[in-house]
Design a protein around this ligand. Structure first.
Ligand SMILES: C[S@@+](CC[C@H](N)C(=O)[O-])C[C@H]1O[C@@H](n2cnc3c(N)ncnc32)[C@H](O)[C@@H]1O
Length: 263
């Protein structure tokens, strides 16, 4: 891409930042990309740096500090291998922040709805989780019963459970658990949690996970609710906002669409 600088001269200037291609809900990708390029091309002078595109975010002139974190970015390069995973890197950086802060609190890490384990694997690498005296519990259905109303994830079913377990085979303190949240939690779950990530795209299991885990999250521990800010998941936002409000807590909706709570 090129842009005009503030003096109005059309000297080509390289834009810097993170350019993720995935925007959810776009019908005409080519037109959207052309419009985006045109819009960014209007940026002048030093404003054409610190650009982030992707995951329905368009920002410029931001520090994007996570791009400077070598351990994090190396893990992203290793494990975020498709367009969506690369486009949601800012969300993953929020998880990284939450998990790092979790390390200052007692307890295990939990993800409800791990799917392929991509974000958890990035956090494990960036934090050297294998060397830590904690466990990371990853729950997922891994397959849907016929006729279920779950959001269709492309790789659900088949050998996804086995592949996800294999992805963490080198980390004996990461446990991949197959089953339906919240029921499966009664068969095995940590008593104390320092970092809780909930990402199941459905109201009932997400509220069920909160009911089960909230009292187990250590004071100062972090809870991240994926999709809390996406309009397509407004029913989740409504239910979770009311659930937390009843406990005197307020969820921060982040620009990444995640909801953030500090216990
Ligand atoms: C959007 S994906 C999760 C992506 C993942 N958190 C990541 O960061 O890569 C949602 C996942 O929630 C899982 N899920 C939905 N309902 C569930 C339930 N009741 N119990 C366990 N997992 C569930 C789905 O199988 C799916 O893999």
């Amino acid at each position: 891409m090129q842009n005009e600088n503030e003096a109005g001269d059309a000297t080509p200037r390289k834009m810097t930042g993170w350019f993720g291609p995935t925007f959810f809900g776009v019908r005409d990708r080519a037109r959207f990309a052309a419009g985006l390029e045109q819009m960014l091309g209007t940026l002048g002078g030093g404003w054409a740096s610190g650009i982030f595109t992707g995951d329905n975010l368009i920002t410029f002139s931001k520090n994007l500090s996570f791009l400077e974190d070598e351990a994090f970015m190396a893990a992203v390069a290793r494990h975020a291998t498709n367009e969506v995973e690369r486009s949601i890197v800012w969300r993953t950086a929020v998880l990284y922040w939450a998990a790092r802060n979790g390390l200052r609190r007692p307890g295990d890490f939990v993800e409800c709805g791990c799917y392929k384990g991509t974000s958890a694997r990035i956090l494990c690498d960036a934090l050297d989780f294998g060397d830590l005296p904690r466990r990371y519990w990853l729950y997922d259905l891994f397959e849907y019963p016929p006729g279920s109303s779950h959001t269709r994830m492309p790789e659900i079913g088949g050998d996804l459970y086995e592949r996800t377990r294999a992805r963490f085979a080198d980390l004996p303190n990461v446990w991949v658990v197959k089953g339906s949240v919240p029921e499966v939690l009664h068969a095995g779950a940590p008593r104390q949690v320092a970092f809780l990530h909930i990402d199941m795209n459905a109201v009932a299991p997400e509220i069920g996970a909160l009911e089960f885990f909230f009292d187990r999250v250590s004071p100062g521990g972090i809870i991240v609710l994926d999709d809390y800010g996406y309009q397509g998941y407004r029913d989740q936002r409504d239910a979770e906002r009311a659930w937390f409000a009843a406990r005197g807590c307020h969820v921060l909706e982040l620009p990444t669409s995640q909801g953030l709570i500090i216990r």
